[in-house]
Design a protein around this ligand. Structure first.
Ligand code: DC
Length: 254
């Protein structure tokens, strides 16, 4: 919470202090679109959530949409190599983000069910890159993502947000980090849920996803030419947040 003071002199002597509590940084400033793309497990969502909260913007985890579609395909035994089956299945999928005030963020719902946690399972992670490479799946997700950014005031993270979804975004960030650091971070995160998981499983899943995401035919992961590179191998969360906020302030005051 940020505040400012107005000093109002009354009859030249008394000073009335009115304190306004501003709900977020830059209240009243022009709204922009911030895109965060990058390799798997570089902390895109962590940064995106922090920025959205500080700015009072909407946060959208686009990867969660591909994960939710993957979960639906797995649960319903959809053969995703069959275009007809994919098209039919996509018609039955409804994806929504709902704001969770207690957590000060949004969570994803698949046909009315909160799937924010189940989509993080390795079972989903193992298939999601394959499914995110399907043309029809991307068309559905990208159309929805573009709609969510119509009013600006949004931070969205993913792989093609700065290149395809919002090519005119005011600020584009591309995140990277050393692969060993990324594996370690992901391991810590998943080990809490599943103590049987191994470093080798995480490493091979990250390598596989990075390869498929950056080599697919449609919208492959690549750094937009006009994006800011953020390598957080040796940065703390606070340092990377401050760096990103500096970039944002520059864009908003430009
Ligand atoms: O960010 P994530 O790890 O939750 O993303 C899951 C997968 O979804 C990732 O392997 C690639 C895909 N993805 C994508 O193709 N395009 C996006 N905009 C976001 C994610």
């Amino acid at each position: 919470m940020h505040s400012f003071f107005i000093f109002v002199p009354i009859q030249g002597i008394a000073i009335l202090v009115i304190q306004f509590k501003l709900p977020f940084r830059g209240w009243g400033m022009k709204k922009i679109i911030v895109t965060i793309d990058g390799w798997s497990s570089t902390g895109k969502s962590t940064l995106a959530k922090q920025l959205a909260k500080a700015l009072g913007y909407i946060y959208v985890d686009s990867g969660a949409m591909y994960r939710a579609i993957t979960l639906y395909f797995l649960r319903n035994h959809v053969d995703w190599t069959d275009k007809k089956e994919v098209k039919k299945a996509l018609k039955d999928i409804n994806i929504e983000f709902q704001n969770i005030p207690a957590k000060e963020t949004s969570e994803i719902y698949l046909n009315g069910e909160n799937v924010e946690y189940v989509i993080r399972d390795l079972v989903v992670a193992e298939k999601v890159s394959e499914i995110a490479a399907i043309k029809e799946v991307r068309e559905l997700a990208v159309a929805q993502q573009k709609k969510m950014g119509e009013k600006k005031g949004i931070v969205m993270d993913g792989r093609d947000i700065g290149t395809v979804v919002f090519p005119k975004a005011e600020l584009k960030i591309f995140m990277t980090a050393d692969s060993s650091v990324r594996v370690e971070r992901r391991f810590k995160e998943l080990f809490e849920k599943n103590p049987n998981i191994t470093i080798e499983e995480i490493k091979s899943n990250l390598e596989m996803r990075d390869y498929i995401d950056s080599h697919r035919e449609i919208s492959p992961l690549k750094k937009a030419k006009d994006s800011m590179l953020l390598d957080n191998t040796t940065l703390t969360e606070k340092q990377q947040f401050q760096k990103a906020m500096e970039w944002i302030e520059k864009k908003r005051s430009a």
